[in-house]
Design a protein around this ligand. Structure first.
Ligand SMILES: Cc1cc2nc3c(=O)[nH]c(=O)nc-3n(C[C@H](O)[C@H](O)[C@H](O)COP(=O)(O)O)c2cc1C
Length: 196
């Protein structure tokens, strides 16, 4: 064994999404956020395209992002469909987070590998951040709500045509007991063994 497997198992299996409404007011130091990004960049990537990009909205930047996201939702939503609770939540998500990290998939110019593989690579990078948060006892939450997949958000983030925003990774300290397990399918429900 190269590492302490029981600790790694524990880190993977106790990772939970903890939502900004459950964050305390304690702020996460910039160096810890940098360490999340450092670990993200060691995810697997076909042809080493390394499609992950992150925009880190930190401190006042996180609050500003939450306000901008809420306003974006308001301006692109018909009055009859507008939900004040959703507006408030988008705003709060930024205000309560130490950092909101925009998760971006950037395609290389040659489109070297299928898009599916680039999205998978970015998701693996996000999982690295999630596990690192668990190791530090930080609260983390990947959201794909609000305007994540809209052209307005694409423009806001300055993305090129082939790039995609895959959501927002919110980081803070938890103000709750570490959440219990969320339900999972059993191993035999998700696996088929072929032995001959
Ligand atoms: C790509 C992706 C997008 C997600 N988007 C949302 C979201 O918009 N809103 C939300 O409440 N949870 C979102 N989640 C978090 C899931 O709800 C959460 O992972 C799931 O409930 C399992 O809980 P756990 O992460 O604590 O195991 C997202 C998760 C992933 C992987």
């Amino acid at each position: 064994m190269r590492f302490n497997v029981s600790e790694i198992n524990e880190c993977i299996r106790t990772r939970r999404s903890i939502y900004p409404v459950q964050f305390s007011s304690r702020k996460v130091h910039k160096e810890l956020i940098e360490n999340l990004i450092e670990n993200a960049r060691w995810a697997p990537t076909h042809k080493l395209t390394q499609p992950w990009r992150f925009k880190v909205y930190y401190g006042n930047g996180a609050a500003k992002f939450g306000q901008d996201h809420a306003e974006m939702y308001k301006s692109r939503t018909a009055e009859s469909d507008f939900k004040p609770v959703k507006y408030r939540k988008l705003k709060d998500n930024g205000e309560r987070s130490s950092a909101v990290i925009a998760i971006i998939m950037k395609r290389d110019e040659k489109l070297s590998v299928p898009e599916e593989e680039e999205i998978a690579a970015v998701a693996a990078a996000v999982q690295n951040m999630y596990l690192t948060c668990n190791a530090y006892a930080l609260a983390a939450y990947w959201s794909s709500g609000g305007c994540t997949y809209t052209s307005e958000m694409k423009e806001y983030l300055g993305l090129s045509e082939n790039d995609k925003c895959l959501g927002f990774f919110h980081v803070g300290y938890p103000d709750i007991e570490w959440p219990r397990k969320t339900p999972r399918k059993k191993r035999n429900e998700i696996t088929e063994w072929i032995t001959e």
